[in-house]
Every structure is written in structure tokens, then in C-alpha cells.
Ligand binder design. Structure first.
Ligand SMILES: Cc1cc2nc3c(=O)[nH]c(=O)nc-3n(C[C@H](O)[C@H](O)[C@H](O)COP(=O)(O)OP(=O)(O)OC[C@H]3O[C@@H](n4cnc5c(N)ncnc54)[C@H](O)[C@@H]3O)c2cc1C
Length: 500
């Protein structure tokens, strides 16, 4: 370690923490430590062996893989993607519509006509598009995306063919459940309408990593010395505004205390812990405590759960060209609020299953997505219970009581993970993009005479336009690294770190 160089600690080895470290290291700031609570790097990027290949426990796709997406750019440079994913044609696809389902089953075991599904999908898509147009105000009485969509539905169903109303309502309800998975929320009634359009969708047809999303994390790690990342080092307290004397006799303003009592001194710390973790313990994690506006932003912002259920089958029961299976519960409607008995009804929240590709490499594997309270409830159940519920569900929807059960099942548990506490952030009702900006501001605040940039904040929840994504996380890491690099710029060339 270069003792004349500023000491920078990074909390968390997800993509934001590693990206910050990579940038700092490249720019000559090499007195670096990444403290990671768990026994692995990557955080919410996590590829695990399953079936005949790998599955993604966390992030699955590069959303909008095109020139403006840094995850795509980096992955292309590292040669981690299929040629097809990198083609010009793929990068130009404008993808701002709901999922296209290959087959839609109803709870009475019938396939729903593709045309009806497509008509409802188009209607839903146009309303969703409209819901993104309120960034400059004019929401009227609606504060949530859910209430806006319900108003659009109420205003149009009188024109539908009477015999189709029930079916279309249940289809719309299924689309809303899938939207909850995308937004990582329990209900779209929890997602704020005004800021919804601030989330920016990049062009490009979503793509995956043939050797797992973690291949990107591993490549970033290769550019860093091995001893930078310290695993199993959960940080309990971030002390700042201090005068802590190091063994080198230097005085440091920041001291990190780990759960095991170990301490680390630093000039700067970049905190990349998930918003879910901050929601649990922000008041005691940072000492002196965070300013009120930051605590309020943490409380206001949304952080929900989206889990996956992987099911491996001996043989596929779906057609070879099938990519996504949609499940629609008859009798449900977005306009009718039903009482939910979690024990009995949790599975009703699962509305889509992806066929993982390519089957030749991974086997015959479906990945179901489930969000919200039902998803969190699922985490309390045993594998056997989930296996039997999934078998019954698929038998019911396919109308085949003899459908062979899956040979292997794997469920994610993002809510129960103490250092994540959910899946990703959204802008909740009562919150706005301003809260994201407040969370991203470094400490001490402007005007405070103490040493600047003691505590910096990165992570997906700190990116106003790309929150909830890997590219948002990566950019936030680069942003905070740049903040420090700019702070010291001009000084490094003469080996003078006198801003310390
Ligand atoms: C199920 C699921 C599906 C997703 N799908 C996609 C997708 O398809 N595409 C996409 O772009 N994004 C997706 N995402 C989101 C994406 O994974 C995240 O936005 C991104 O990986 C977050 O990176 P990060 O560095 O901000 O946080 P993280 O990856 O969560 O890293 C934070 C790290 O901090 C550590 N930590 C927490 N507390 C402490 C502490 N006290 N001390 C030390 N370390 C601590 C954690 O262990 C973790 O390793 C998905 C996420 C989930 C959960």
C-alpha cells in the first residue's frame, strides 16, 4: 500500500463497489480496501450451477444492451457476449413494451387465444406508456402508477365485447403482476406516478451472459490486486468526522468497525450497501448519524422483493419455440381488491415463467418470477412445499393432471438475506427522484468545514435514471470514483496528495 496516497475503503463488493475500485486503481489511487459482508463477491450478480449449466440467482439480463449501456460496453470489450447480442441489429431494437408471451394458460387449464392476449397486451402497453408522461406534473388525482392504470381500465372496458370483459380483466391482472416483478414491488399502487418516467430505457434487445453474469464481475476483479477484497467483513459502524490515529501516525477522519471488532481507517469510504440494508439500520450504521434529509430519503424510497423459482424438467412440456409462459387466474380483476390468504394464495402472484436458453446447454429449465409479500412469504416455505405447489399449479394450468413433476427446484431468498433485504429499488409513492439524489450526496454536506468527501454513496438505488439495474449500479460506482479523482486531480502528477 502507498501510504502517501489517500486511503479509500469501499463497503460492498457488488458491481458498484468493484467498478469504483477499478476506476480508482486505474487512476493511481491504490491504497484501497473493499470490505464485503458475505463470503462471495458480486452481490446481486450471482451465477450458480444448476441443471446442466448455470442460472442467475440475481441479475439475469443486460437491459438495453447498446452503446450507452456501460455494462454492455464493458462486457463486449471483455468478449463475454454472444456475437448475436452484440450485433448492430440487436442494439437498435427499441424495447418499451410488455413481455411477449409465447403461450398463455388460464386457471381452468385452457390456452387463451393469442390474439386476445396480444390485443390486451397492446392496450396495457399504451397505458403504461402514458403513465410515464407525468415527469413534469399533471398527475391529477393519481399518485401511483397502479391507480392511473386502473383509471384507464375503468374508462375503457365499457367498449369491450361483454363476453370478453372477464377474460380481459384477468389478463390485465396478470400483466400487472408481471409489472410488479419488473418494478420489484408488491403492488403498482406503491409505485409513484410522477417520477415513473424518469427511469430511462435504453435501446437494445435484452441479452444474457453465456458464461454467467458473474463472468463480468470476475473480469473486473482480474484488473485489481487479489488482496483488495476482504470477504466476511460485515461493517457494523461507519464512524466519520473523527480523528483516528493510524499505525503510520497519520490522522484519519473515517473508522470502519466490523462485526468481529476489526477496524479499518480511511480518508474516504464509498458505501455501496443495498437500500434494503440501509432501511433496516441506517440510523445506527453511520455515526454521527446521517443528516435528517438522508434518513428521510432512505425511508421514503421503495425497495421490494422479486424472487425466482427455477424448475428443471426431464422433458419439456412446452413447444420448442416457446420462450415465456403466462399464467392467468380467471375471475381476477385489477378493479377488484381481493383479500389474500398468503398460505393458500401466495402462488397466485406468479404470472410468468421463462424458458431458459439454450436448452442444449442448461437443460429443460423454467424460471418463474414472483414479487411482493407473496414472494417474501415463499421464502418461509420448504423446498418440498414449493415443489408440490408448483407441480399442482402447472398441472392445473396445462390441464394435464399427469404432468411429471420437476426433477429439481431452486428458489431465491432475496428478502431473507440480511445484507440485501430485498431485490432492488423503486420510486415509491411519497418519494421522488430528488430522494435518489439526496441519497447520492456525499458527506459532509456543502458548507460543513470538516474534511470533504468522507462518506460517499453508490449502488443502484443512487442512480436517478437507471436505478434497479446493473448499469445504474456500475455508473454510480464510476461516479463516486470520479468524484474522488476530481478532488485530487492535478495533485497526483507531482506525487503530492496534500489535500489529505
Ligand atoms: C432477482 C434479481 C433479478 C435482477 N435482475 C436484473 C436484471 O435482469 N438486469 C439488471 O440490470 N439488474 C437486475 N437486478 C438488479 C441488479 O442485480 C442490481 O441492481 C445490481 O447488481 C446492484 O449492484 P450494487 O453494487 O448496487 O449492489 P449489490 O450487488 O447488492 O452489492 C452490495 C454489496 O454490499 C454488501 N454489504 C451489504 N451490507 C454490508 C455491510 N454492512 N458490510 C460489508 N458489506 C455489505 C452486500 O453483501 C453486497 O455484496 C436484479 C436483482 C435481483 C435481486
Amino acid at each position: 500500500m502507498e501510504s502517501s496516497c489517500p486511503a479509500v475503503a469501499i463497503i460492498g463488493s457488488g458491481i458498484s463497489g468493484l467498478a469504483a475500485a477499478q476506476q480508482l486503481y486505474r487512476q493511481g489511487i491504490r491504497n484501497l480496501r473493499i470490505l464485503e459482508a458475505t463470503g462471495r463477491t458480486g452481490g446481486r450478480i450471482w451465477s450458480q450451477e444448476y441443471g446442466k449449466g448455470l442460472v442467475e440467482i440475481g441479475a439475469h439480463w443486460i437491459h438495453g444492451p447498446s452503446t450507452k449501456n456501460p455494462v454492455f460496453q464493458l462486457s463486449s470489450q471483455y468478449d463475454l457476449l454472444d456475437p448475436g447480442s452484440m450485433s448492430e441489429e440487436n442494439q437498435l431494437v427499441e424495447f418499451d413494451s410488455p413481455l411477449i408471451f409465447s403461450v398463455t394458460y388460464s386457471s381452468s387449464g385452457k390456452k387463451i387465444n393469442c390474439e386476445t392476449v396480444s390485443d390486451v397486451g397492446k392496450m396495457y402497453s399504451s397505458w403504461l406508456h402514458k403513465s410515464k408522461a407525468f415527469t413534469h406534473g399533471g398527475c391529477g388525482p393519481h399518485n401511483s402508477v397502479g391507480s392511473f392504470l386502473k383509471q384507464e381500465i375503468s374508462g375503457s372496458y365499457h367498449d369491450w365485447d361483454r363476453e370478453q370483459v372477464d377474460l380481459k380483466m384477468s389478463l390485465l391482472n396478470a400483466f400487472l403482476k408481471t409489472e410488479c416483478c419488473i418494478s420489484g414491488t408488491h403492488s403498482m399502487d406503491d409505485v409513484a406516478l410522477g417520477p415513473f418516467g424518469e427511469y430511462t430505457t435504453l435501446p437494445g434487445l435484452d441479452c444474457t451472459f453465456p458464461r454467467g453474469y458473474e463472468s463480468l464481475v470476475n473480469q473486473i476483479k482480474l484488473s485489481l490486486p487479489n488482496d483488495i477484497v476482504l470477504l466476511n467483513k460485515p461493517v457494523r459502524t461507519v464512524n466519520w468526522k473523527g480523528s483516528f490515529q493510524g499505525q503510520d501516525s497519520r490522522i484519519y477522519p473515517v473508522k470502519l468497525e466490523c462485526e468481529n471488532g476489526e477496524t479499518f481507517l480511511a480518508d474516504h469510504v464509498i458505501v455501496t450497501v443495498p437500500l434494503g440494508f440501509l432501511k433496516e439500520c441506517a440510523d445506527r450504521f453511520v455515526c454521527p448519524t446521517l443528516p435528517y434529509n438522508k434518513l428521510e430519503a432512505i425511508q421514503n424510497m421503495g425497495f421490494g422483493t422479486n424472487n425466482k423459482i427455477f424448475l428443471e424438467f426431464e422433458k419439456p412440456f412446452w413447444e420448442p419455440e416457446c420462450y415465456v409462459i403466462q399464467l392467468v387466474w380467471e375471475g381476477e380483476s385489477p378493479l377488484v381488491k381481493s383479500q389474500i390468504n398468503l398460505q393458500q394464495d401466495w402462488i397466485k402472484k406468479l404470472s410468468c415463467l421463462f424458458v431458459l436458453q439454450p436448452p442444449a446447454q442448461i437443460g429443460h429449465v423454467l424460471c418463474g418470477f414472483i414479487a411482493g409479500n407473496e414472494s417474501e412469504f415463499m421464502e418461509t416455505l420448504s423446498k418440498e412445499e414449493i415443489h408440490s405447489t408448483m407441480t399442482n399449479l402447472l398441472r392445473r394450468f396445462t390441464g394435464n393432471p399427469n404432468l411429471p413433476p420437476p426433477i429439481n427446484i431452486l428458489c431465491t431468498h432475496w428478502h431473507s438475506k440480511p445484507y440485501t433485504h430485498g431485490s432492488y429499488s423503486y420510486v415509491a409513492v411519497g418519494s421522488s427522484g430528488r430522494d435518489i439524489d439526496i441519497l447520492a450526496q456525499p458527506l459532509p454536506e456543502k458548507g460543513d468545514p470538516s474534511k470533504p468527501l468522507q462518506v460517499l454513496f453508490a449502488g443502484e438505488a443512487t442512480h436517478r435514471n437507471f436505478y434497479s439495474t446493473t448499469h445504474g449500479a456500475l455508473l454510480s460506482g464510476w461516479r463516486e470514483a470520479e468524484r474522488l479523482i476530481n478532488h485530487y486531480s492535478g495533485l497526483r502528477s507531482v506525487g503530492n496528495w496534500s489535500k489529505l
